[in-house]
Design a protein around this ligand. Structure first.
Ligand SMILES: Cc1cc2nc3c(=O)[nH]c(=O)nc-3n(C[C@H](O)[C@H](O)[C@H](O)COP(=O)(O)OP(=O)(O)OC[C@H]3O[C@@H](n4cnc5c(N)ncnc54)[C@H](O)[C@@H]3O)c2cc1C
Length: 275
């Protein structure tokens, strides 16, 4: 194993300064630590963000501010999240890997890893979150739609790290649904669907795992969800479709409509409508 130095900054300024090198950032470490120990990440510098206090969940008017190091378990146990961010709450309950991953894995780490079929990216896009990035130059705010640039590619510049994700709370009268296809209880998602349903006007569903970035789709009629989703997916250029060991792009495209319908039905049921 290659030797590397680990720094534990205690302030954001200190962290930003340390990231001017080729340092690897460690959040909860569930992806980075195994990669480091296997020698897959070639670096002499590691910056662990664990002592920055980025694990708070703070209400701020109509927004809930999630520190980048908020864990899945915090989303599950927070009454505030359950009440005002029901979709992220539901999403976190379905993360596999057991109690260790739910405690150790962070929302910010998953967002920065930008894996197309992970649970977090499509949920943040569905919720129209805003990403707060810190560097020695100050704070940069990036709408989540611009944050995901491609598969495993987020808009993080050299020396920058994610400090916070500002998520608009679900307004009264709005409902949400979240559904994912996975092949076994313990497996990662294949295709995910996150639905936001306003009291009037068009619902939206955001699909993860079919393209290199989450795909937000407006649904003029919820009873034509499958058709609308199929149409949008057929317009994705081949090079932007997502395949991995779990399923190829054709399979993902075929199942996405049904997964979207299930998320929409959940949101309709939460509103008290007969799906
Ligand atoms: C057994 C197991 C089961 C899993 N099951 C699921 C599942 O069901 N669904 C799912 O979606 N995911 C699943 N995951 C993935 C899990 O969600 C991620 O591993 C976790 O959320 C990543 O967060 P982390 O803080 O551990 O990231 P880390 O491993 O610390 O980092 C991941 C990446 O993000 C970067 N990074 C981390 N934090 C920041 C930051 N604040 N600013 C800038 N860059 C940062 C790191 O440099 C690295 O590139 C599973 C993982 C394991 C190991």
């Amino acid at each position: 194993m290659k030797r590397f130095h680990v720094a534990y900054p205690t302030t954001a300024d200190e962290a930003a300064g340390l990231l001017q090198t080729d340092a690897v950032i460690v959040g909860g470490g569930t992806l980075t630590v195994p990669a480091l120990t296997r020698g897959e990440l070639n670096t002499a510098h590691v910056v662990d963000l664990g002592r920055l206090g980025l694990d708070e969940i703070v209400p701020d008017g109509t927004v809930i501010r999630l520190g980048a190091m908020v864990s899945y378990q915090q989303l599950i146990t927070s009454a505030l999240v359950a009440e005002r961010l029901p979709m992220p709450h539901r999403m976190a309950s379905g993360i596999t890997g057991g109690i260790q991953i739910r405690h150790q894995g962070t929302v910010g780490g998953s967002a920065c890893a930008a894996r197309p079929n992970s649970d977090v990216p499509a949920v943040l896009v569905a919720m129209r979150a805003e990403m707060l990035l810190r560097s020695p130059a100050g704070t940069r705010r990036v709408p989540v739609d611009e944050f995901f640039l491609g598969a495993e590619r987020a808009d993080l510049r050299r020396g920058e790290f994610l400090t916070e994700i500002a998520v608009p709370s679900t307004p009264p009268g709005w409902t949400t649904g979240y559904y994912k296809l996975k092949f076994a209880e313990s497996s990662w998602p294949v295709v995910t669907a996150a639905c936001v349903l306003p009291p009037a006007g068009s619902a939206e569903v955001t699909i993860g795992g079919v393209a290199d970035v989450p795909l937000r789709i407006t649904l003029p009629e919820t009873n034509r969800t499958e058709h609308t989703v199929a149409e949008r997916i057929s317009a994705i250029p081949t090079e932007r479709r997502w395949s991995d060991l779990r399923a190829d792009a054709r399979y993902r495209a075929r199942v996405a409509g049904e997964i979207a319908c299930r998320a929409v039905r959940q949101a309709l049921a939460a509103r008290g409508d007969q799906p």
